[in-house]
Design a protein around this ligand. Structure first.
Ligand code: FAD
Length: 457
C-alpha cells in the first residue's frame, strides 16, 4: 500500500456473514477505490477441500475469509451436482477411514450417525445437493465470529514479497479487491493461487476428460433389454456424428424413481485454458442433449421423458498439481506407505478416466487391480515449495498423476482441507510459517479434534 493510501474502516455489509475481517478502502491515483481486506487465513475456493478448510480454520480461532467464484459453496457436489462421498470407507469392510468434518457433513446430510464406524455402502450418496448448499451455509454461519464469506468472487492474481504471498487479488461486484492474508490455503482445484504466485507445479499435456452432469425426468423403469438399447442409441448417435465421445453411460435413478442422473459426457479439454474451457462447456451441453435425444427417440422408457437441467459447470477432474515438499506417488499408495506426518487417509482406487469412449464403464482397466489399502497422506504434500505461507489442499495438492487419480475424490479432498485449516491456525498461534510447521504436531492436533488419519483399523 503506498503513502497515498487512505484507510477507511467500514462495516462488512458486503460479506455474507457478520464478518470480523476489516475492510478498508484504498484511494488509487486513478481515483478509483479498491477495497483491501485483511485476514489471518484466506481460503481460495469453497469446494470440498475449501469448505472443510474454512470451517477448520475458523473453528480453531483464526479470522478466516473464504472466497468462492460460485454463488454457493460445495464445489463439485453443488456446482457439478455430484452426490458421492467417495473415499469415506474401505471398499470391502466399509470401515470409515475419514472422520472429522467429512463425516460430520455426511451425518448431517442424514446418511449415517455422527459416531458411525462403518457405512452401508463404501461410496455413499447424499440425498439432495441443494440441501447440501444449505447445510454449508448453516455451518458457515455458526462460525460467523471468525468466518467471512465472499461468493461470486474470483481469485485472479497473487502477489509475492520474497518467499511469502503478500496479497491475493479478487474480482467481484466491488471491482478488483486486494486481500492481505497471513496464511493462504489454495483449494481452487486448479492451484490458481500457487500458479499465479510462481510456485512450482505440473500439469500433464493430456488430463482426464471433463464431464457435465445432467438429469432427465419422467423416465420409466429401465429393463435390462432397454439398458442395451441405451448403449446402442449412443453408438448410433456417435456413428451419425452427433456425439464425439461418451462413457458408460451411468444412468442412475439416484434422487427419485422417475428421474435419472447421468454420468456419461466425456469432453477432452485443457481446463486451465480459458478458451478451451469455454469450448468444453458448450461441447458438454451439446453432448448431454444429444444423449437425451438419442434415448428419447429410441428407448421406450424415455418416450415421455424431458430434459430437466444440466448443472451450471462442466466438472474438471484433473489440472495443475503443486510440486510440494513431498510428492505422493502411486507406490506410496499401492504399498500403503506410512508417514509420521500423516494428516489424512485415502482409500479410493487409482481412477483415471481416458479421453476416449468406453462403453459399460468409466475406465478402460479393471479398477480392482488399482485398488490400494487405506494409505497415509503426509502434511508435506499440502506444503508448497517457495512460498512459506501457502498450503494447498484438494485435487491440486502434491501428488503424481497416478496417485492424484485416487486422492482427488470428494472425501479425501475434505480431509486434506480440514488438515490445512487446522495447520493454518496452528501456524498463526505458534508464529511459525505454515511451510515450517512440524506435520507430526498437525497430526496430533487433528487427532485431538477427532480428525486426522484413520489408516489403521
Ligand atoms: C465429473 C466429475 C465426476 C466426479 N465423480 C466423483 C465421484 O463420483 N466421487 C468422488 O468422490 N469424486 C468424484 N470426482 C472428483 C471430486 O469430485 C473432485 O476432485 C473433488 O471435488 C475435489 O475437491 P476440491 O475441493 O479440490 O475441488 P472442487 O470441489 O472442484 O472445489 C474447487 C472450488 O474452487 C472454486 N474455484 C476454482 N477456481 C477459483 C478461483 N480462481 N476463484 C474462486 N473460486 C475458485 C470452484 O468454484 C470450486 O467451488 C468427480 C469429479 C468430476 C469432475
Amino acid at each position: 500500500m503506498n503513502s497515498t493510501t487512505r484507510r477507511t474502516f467500514i462495516q462488512t455489509a458486503a460479506i455474507a456473514s457478520a464478518a470480523p475481517t476489516i475492510i478498508a478502502a484504498e484511494s488509487k491515483s486513478s481515483g478509483k477505490e479498491r477495497r483491501v481486506i485483511e485476514t489471518d487465513v484466506l481460503v481460495c475456493g469453497g469446494g470440498c477441500a475449501g469448505s472443510a478448510a474454512a470451517l477448520a480454520a475458523a473453528r480453531s480461532g483464526a479470522k478466516t475469509l473464504l472466497v468462492e467464484k460460485a454463488p454457493f459453496a460445495g464445489g463439485i457436489i453443488t456446482s457439478v451436482g455430484l452426490p458421492y462421498f467417495d473415499g469415506i470407507a474401505h471398499i470391502d469392510t466399509k470401515r470409515i477411514v475419514v472422520r472429522g468434518i467429512a463425516l460430520e457433513m455426511l451425518s448431517k446430510s442424514g446418511v449415517c450417525a455422527p459416531d458411525a464406524q462403518t457405512v452401508a455402502k463404501h461410496n455413499p450418496t447424499i440425498p439432495n445437493t441443494f440441501e447440501f448448499k444449505l447445510l454449508l451455509d448453516r455451518l458457515f454461519q455458526e462460525q460467523k465470529d471468525n468466518l467471512s464469506l465472499l461468493f461470486n468472487s474470483f481469485v485472479c492474481d497473487a502477489q509475492r514479497n520474497g518467499d511469502r504471498i503478500e496479497s491475493v487479488t479478487l474480482a467481484n461486484k466491488d471491482g478488483l479487491v486486494t486481500v492481505t492474508p497471513k496464511v493462504v490455503i489454495d483449494c481452487s482445484g486448479d492451484a490458481d493461487v500457487a500458479a499465479w504466485s510462481g510456485v512450482p507445479f505440473e500439469q500433464n499435456s493430456e488430463v482426464q476428460p471433463l464431464t457435465l452432469h445432467f438429469r432427465i425426468g419422467n423416465v420409466k423403469p429401465i429393463s435390462p433389454a432397454e439398458s442395451h438399447a441405451c448403449k446402442d442409441a449412443l453408438k448410433a448417435a456417435q456413428a451419425a456424428g452427433e456425439l464425439p465421445h461418451y462413457y458408460g453411460p451411468g444412468i442412475m435413478f439416484l434422487f427419485q424413481c422417475s428421474e435419472v442422473y447421468i454420468h456419461g459426457v466425456r469432453v477432452p479439454a485443457n481446463p486451465t485454458d480459458a478458451a478451451d474451457l469455454s469450448r468444453a462447456e458448450m461441447q458438454g451441453r451439446a453432448d448431454a442433449h444429444a444423449m437425451f435425444r438419442a434415448w428419447k427417440q429410441n428407448v421406450p422408457a424415455f418416450k415421455d421423458a424431458y430434459f430437466i437441467e444440466a448443472y451450471p459447470w462442466i466438472g474438471v477432474r484433473e489440472s495443475r498439481r503443486i510440486l510440494g515438499q513431498h510428492i505422493l506417488t502411486e507406490d506410496d499408495l499401492m504399498k500403503s506407505r506410512r508417514f509420521d506426518d500423516a494428516i489424512a487417509t485415502g482409500c479410493w482406487y487409482l481412477d483415471i478416466h481416458p479421453n476416449k469412449t468406453v462403453v459399460g464403464s468409466a475406465n478402460d482397466f479393471d479398477p480392482k487391480k488399482h485398488q490400494p489399502e487405506p494409505y497415509d497422506i503426509p502434511y508435506r504434500s499440502l506444503v508448497a515449495q517457495k512460498a512459506s505461507n501457502l498450503l494447498v489442499a484438494g485435487r491440486c495438492h502434491s501428488a503424481t498423476r497416478g496417485a492424484h487419480a485416487s486422492t482427488r475424490v470428494t472425501v479425501t479432498a475434505m480431509a486434506m482441507g480440514e488438515a490445512a485449516g487446522v495447520a493454518a491456525a496452528m501456524s498463526l498461534k505458534a508464529k511459525v510459517e505454515a511451510a515450517a510447521l512440524d506435520g507430526v504436531k498437525v497430526r496430533e492436533q487433528l487427532t485431538k479434534l477427532g480428525g486426522g488419519p484413520f489408516t489403521d483399523a
